[in-house]
Design a protein around this ligand. Structure first.
Ligand code: IFM
Length: 456
């Protein structure tokens, strides 16, 4: 049993992680800003994808979200009031470059200048994600991530961001969860832009790998002292049984979900042996790409929420593997049907830490959606508190065991637009009434404040 299991609830707080551990909270532009068509912003793929019939639960769209565009001062004041020292948010590419390339939209630049300055004025360190899935629609019309030209489009965008905001922003994340935006957007077709099959998925994967490395190089060339990383979704994968077939199926899913983007950036290539469907990716690899894929990240962001149990099946093409949903397994789960399994975050930190090329790991997202009930202006979200505290114990366990973990950000600041699930799942530490935009700090927000202050 690791040391931290002997820490009592009262003694378990941020100070146990050491003074230099980084604490923060996360958000993203498409999920919180709203204001999708004002002050010169161009459309993103999510603005239009969400308008298509039956794509999003209840016909929701990100058009209004939690109106961070108008409420950023209030939201940053909340972060300050909760004593959270770091704020991770993303830049909407089409807000500053409405067509993805070419003409700059000055009101969009002004907005992010205001957000950054507001953070700094409140002693909050801004951590900026460059791409959180909201590709400019104009670029999607040219093939989006499946078009190799995206390396040039993305380079133009990153260069603009670093030259405009780099005097004040020192922490940068290139991509948010490339596995999800390529897998759900170009393979399964359930996320924007809604493409299905391998034909666009494989080039999209390769171009995302190239962009994550190119983006990191651009930032480092412009500002050598910048801290650069990228963020990776990851789930702890366990086989449904000890049968050789289930174990092999679990290995395939692990290669797809957990290894596909980090390994090529570390010079290990794509996990083709474990995942033969990747064989055809070779046709998109050009001479010299092996070097272009390499990224010297200062840190790696991992985003873990759950584990997946995987079984073999002949019914799923390419993968011959299926994930058994938590509700079918009858285990405790969140509104997203994600099993609450705190050990998953320990396992993922350990796995990422085992790569010698990974210098530093930061949990850039972890959190939970539960059904929140407002009573007398209070939201007593005990389940979320238990979730966070259980996962944080495992993060502490990982640190105590010597893994390279050095920070943790909660997902999310406010309730927001949860992609295909619309506004139904609520992840925020701050409740939002989407009719009135009124904010109420949930009990989990107050709990996090106490945890950061050194009190459970
Ligand atoms: O809301 C998302 C976020 O955009 C990416 N990581 C997972 C979160 C919860 O689903």
């Amino acid at each position: 049993m690791s040391k931290n299991h002997s820490i009592t609830e009262e003694q378990f707080h941020s100070k146990n992680f050491g003074d230099d551990f980084i604490w923060g909270i996360s958000a993203s532009a498409p999920q919180s800003e709203g204001a999708h068509n004002i002050d010169g912003k161009g459309f993103s793929i999510w603005d239009t994808f969400s308008e298509r019939r039956k794509k999003i639960l209840n016909g929701d769209t990100p058009h209004h979200a939690s109106q961070f565009y108008h409420h950023y001062k209030q939201d940053i004041a909340i972060i300050k009031s909760l004593h959270i020292p770091n704020f991770r948010f993303s830049i909407s590419w089409s807000r500053i470059l409405p067509n993805g390339i070419g003409a700059i939209n000055q009101p969009g630049i002004d907005f992010y200048n205001r957000v950054i300055d507001e953070c700094l004025a409140n002693n909050i360190v801004p951590w900026v994600t460059l791409y959180h899935w909201d590709l400019p629609l104009a670029l999607s019309h040219k093939g989006g991530w499946a078009n190799r030209e995206i390396i040039h489009w993305f380079s133009e965008y990153v260069t603009l961001c670093i030259r405009t905001f780099g005097d004040r922003v020192k922490h940068w994340m290139i991509l948010n969860e490339p596995m999800v935006f390529t897998g759900a957007g170009y393979f399964l077709g359930v996320h924007a832009p809604g493409e299905k099959g391998l034909k666009k998925f494989l080039p999209a994967v390769h171009h995302a790998v190239l962009c994550q490395a190119t983006g990191a190089k651009i930032i480092k060339n412009e500002i050598a002292i910048a801290e650069v990383g990228s963020t990776f979704s990851c789930s702890y994968i366990t086989p449904n049984s000890n049968s050789a077939k289930d174990i092999a199926a679990a290995n395939r899913i692990d290669a797809l979900l957990n290894r596909l983007f980090i390994e090529p950036s570390l010079g290990m290539g794509y996990p083709i042996n474990e995942l033969p469907l990747l064989k055809k990716i070779e046709r998109y690899i050009k001479p010299g790409d092996e070097n272009l894929m390499l990224a010297d990240f200062d840190f790696v962001g991992i985003q873990n929420y759950t584990r997946e149990v995987v079984a073999h099946t002949y019914l799923v093409p390419y993968l011959q593997a299926k994930v058994i949903p938590a509700n079918k397994r009858k285990v405790y789960h969140t509104t997203m049907d994600w099993e609450v399994y705190p050990e998953a975050i320990y396992e993922m930190i350990k796995k990422m830490s085992s790569y010698s090329g990974v210098k530093k790991i930061i949990v850039t997202e972890n959190g939970a959606a539960f059904h929140d009930e407002e009573q007398n202006e209070k939201i007593n979200d005990e389940e979320r508190i238990n979730y966070l505290s259980g996962y944080l114990r495992q993060v502490h366990h990982a640190k105590a065991d010597g893994h390279k973990i050095s920070g943790y950000f909660v997902w999310a600041l406010t309730d927001n637009f949860e992609w295909t699930e619309g506004y139904y799942p609520r992840f925020g530490l701050v409740h939002v009434n989407f009719e009135t935009q009124k904010r109420i700090i949930k009990q989990s927000g107050w709990w996090y404040k106490n945890f950061l202050n050194g009190k459970e």
